[in-house]
Structure formats: structure tokens, C-alpha cells
Design a binder for this molecule. Structure first.
Ligand code: SF4
Ligand code: SF4
Length: 169
């Protein structure tokens, strides 16, 4: 014997949606006072965990000189082949060479960190900067100055406290 389906008939009190509205408002109020997980990006940035592999920087020594000695270990280790440099005789007596030009093509970089691992001078490092972008492809080919600027922005660990004007990102 087949059972005849009965059409749903809402109770008269359901037609006011009063309980549903009140229930919804209670849920909204409950979340209103809870800790918020959204941030007002880009004015506020979400700090990433330690060890995050973001934009690359070229490190400097205490005298503000770049640490790189143009040994090309990083470019040899790079699986994406995105590092190029031109070595020149160093102007400083404590090393033979330095990079006259140093370029990283961030369009190809996969942020693997192999360059950092390979560097004998701790001169190249990945940073917490995750929000880099550009309007042109050319702007994502970073030269020596841009890579040194990344060092200035991150060396004191205060990158996420800096304003957008200061970072230029
Ligand atoms: S992070 Fe990886 S892909 Fe990017 S430059 Fe370094 S070695 Fe190359
Ligand atoms: S960044 Fe390090 S590995 Fe790369 S050329 Fe400079 S010193 Fe050598």
C-alpha cells in the first residue's frame, strides 16, 4: 500500500518568522563579541608564521655593505634558473668579488629556498613578505637595489608594522 505524501502546512506562528529572526539575531550577537579573524587588508596585514618563504632579500653586513661575494652558488642551485648576476672586482679589501648586477626573475621563482640553502655567506634569504605584486612583468624582475630594499624592510622583524607608504607594496 503506497503512502500518500502530505504537503507541509506551516503553523500560524511560523508565518511571522519571529522565532527564526530572533534565533538569527542571537547567533549574530554571539559572533559580534567574539575574537575577529578577518583583518582590514591591505591596511592591516596578517603576520605569517616564522619560517615562511616569501620575497627574497639580499642581506647586508653591519657596515651596510651587501654580503654577497658573487660566487654564483645560488644561481647554480636554483631549479627555476631565475637568478642572474654579473661579478666585478670588489671595492672592499675583505673579498675578491661582489655582484655588480644581481637579478631575480620573480615571475619564475618558486620560493623554494634552495638559493638560501646554497649560499655560503648567508647573503640571500627568503622573507615574510608575501604581498608583492606588480602591474607589469618587468616590475617583477628584481634588481640588486630592490633586493637590498627588502632587507631594509625586514631586517628588524617589523615588516608587518610598517605602513603601505613605507613598504611601497
Ligand atoms: S627561491 Fe628557489 S626558485 Fe626562487 S630564486 Fe631561490 S632557488 Fe630560485
Ligand atoms: S647570494 Fe650567496 S650564493 Fe649567491 S652569489 Fe651571493 S654569496 Fe654566492
Amino acid at each position: 500500500m503506497s503512502v500518500k505524501p502530505v504537503a507541509y502546512q506551516p503553523h500560524w506562528s511560523d508565518r511571522f518568522y519571529l522565532f527564526a529572526v530572533l534565533k538569527g539575531m542571537v547567533i549574530t550577537l554571539k559572533h559580534f563579541f567574539k575574537k575577529k579573524y578577518t583583518v582590514q587588508y591591505p591596511e592591516v596585514k596578517w603576520p605569517v608564521p616564522k619560517g615562511h618563504r616569501g620575497a627574497i632579500r639580499l642581506n647586508k653586513d653591519e657596515q651596510g655593505r651587501m654580503l654577497c661575494v658573487a660566487c654564483e652558488m645560488c644561481s647554480t642551485a636554483c631549479p627555476a634558473k631565475c637568478i642572474t648576476m654579473k661579478a666585478a672586482v670588489s671595492p672592499w679589501p675583505d673579498r675578491e668579488k661582489y655582484p655588480l648586477t644581481f637579478e631575480i626573475n620573480m615571475l619564475r621563482c618558486i620560493l623554494c629556498g634552495m638559493c638560501q640553502e646554497a649560499c655560503p655567506e648567508k647573503a640571500i634569504e627568503l622573507t615574510e613578505i608575501y604581498d608583492f605584486s606588480a602591474y607589469t612583468r618587468q616590475d617583477l624582475i628584481w634588481d640588486r637595489e630592490r633586493l637590498l630594499k627588502n632587507y631594509d624592510l625586514t631586517c628588524d622583524g617589523r615588516y608587518f608594522e610598517r605602513s603601505r607608504e613605507e613598504t611601497g607594496l
